[in-house]
Ligand binder design. Structure first.
Ligand code: FAD
Length: 311
């Protein structure tokens, strides 16, 4: 028996936005959420029109209240496994052993940010160690900013961060930058320090500098580093969902996956999704999901009518 029309795994911006649309469409909806949204370390969320500067936890608390106001259910918990149950839908196994059935699944489990192994970096994450200049660049504008090299994409990233400050230092290990890259960085006034970063210097609970091999400390007030994005796709992989060579779910329109009846939204399939984008993707996926459910309801009604069953 399917207790729910849709189970949504992940109650961040993507999952709650989908739940709001589906509960307002009078669908039986359950959100299962482990309660660890990606932007939790940040005190404020930026770039969400009409919500700029709101604490991330307050956005989600408000969203949960709205969903529950329309009869949507939200549970704190971890989904461990998802299995297909014939043509009827899916079963979700929760930590603790409970199994719940649904006609459709929406997976909005987000991603994990993997940072370079540099002492002190993780502890300052979301405070003065940042990754997204669109989220936090304004707050550190005109400050002394460091950029820590973490793969070839870091050079273009440094050029973007330069938009927010004229005092940018790029830290890259020896022999990683090409001559052309160095020329481009210097041309825009970005200082280049070609040494491996040893650790982050913190005084009075504030980042004050970056120490490089050899002991030199370069003063910085904030540091940007592009993380490696690791999507939370284990449930989808075990279900047989197709992913690309880099491990990202292959999606069609409105988050459709290779498994009929399973959609995704937000960072789990789109590393670039901001909070507002994730919420928008959740909403679009929910509308597509509801359309599928309506088609199924029509087919079932016709079949029942043929067998003389009244709706
Ligand atoms: C430090 C930091 C600051 C940021 N600041 C901003 C900002 O200012 N503005 C902005 O637009 N964006 C910001 N972002 C990006 C923002 O975090 C993402 O855009 C947003 O969180 C994506 O929403 P989501 O719903 O896809 O994923 P998430 O918000 O990460 O939500 C996923 C949820 O799924 C849950 N989950 C995962 N696996 C399971 C499971 N198996 N069972 C049950 N639940 C599960 C997680 O615990 C989590 O609660 C920031 C990111 C970081 C890292």
């Amino acid at each position: 028996m399917n207790s729910y029309d849709t189970i949504i795994i992940g109650g961040g911006a993507a999952g709650l936005s989908a739940a709001l649309v589906l509960s307002r469409a009078r669908r039986r909806v359950l959100v299962i959420d482990a309660g660890e949204p990606r932007n939790a370390p940040a005190a404020h969320m930026h770039g969400f029109l009409s919500r700029d500067g709101m604490p991330p936890a307050l956005l989600l608390e408000t969203g949960r209240r709205e969903v529950e106001g329309y009869g949507g259910e939200i549970r704190r918990g971890v989904a461990l496994e998802v299995v297909r149950c014939g043509a009827d839908g899916f079963q979700v196994l929760l930590e603790g052993g409970e199994r719940l059935g649904a006609r459709r699944l929406l997976v909005t489990t987000g991603l994990r940010d993997e940072l370079p192994e540099i002492p002190g970096l993780r502890e300052r994450w979301g405070r003065d160690v940042l990754h997204c200049p669109y989220c936090h660049g304004w707050e550190v504008r005109d400050q002394r900013l460091g950029i820590i090299w973490n793969g070839p994409q870091t050079v273009g990233y440094a050029q973007v961060v330069r938009q927010w400050s004229g005092e940018v230092t790029m830290f890259a290990p020896k022999e990683t930058l090409t001559n052309a890259e160095r020329t481009q960085l210097l041309a825009r006034g970005i200082t280049v320090v070609e040494e491996a970063v040893d650790h982050v210097v913190v005084q009075d609970d504030r980042l004050t500098g970056i120490a490089v091999d050899g002991g030199t400390v370069v003063a910085c007030e904030a540091v940007f580093v592009p993380p490696r994005f690791v999507p939370h796709v284990d449930l989808l992989l075990r279900l047989g969902c197709e992913v690309d060579d880099s491990g990202w779910v292959i999606t069609g329109e409105h988050g459709a996956t290779s498994i009929p009846g399973v959609r995704v939204a937000g960072n789990v399939a789109n590393a670039r999704a901001q909070v507002i984008t994730a919420a928008g993707e959740g909403s679009a996926a929910a509308i597509a999901l509801n359309a599928e459910l309506v088609d199924e309801d029509v087919r079932n009604a016709v079949r029942d009518a043929r067998h003389g069953v009244r709706a």
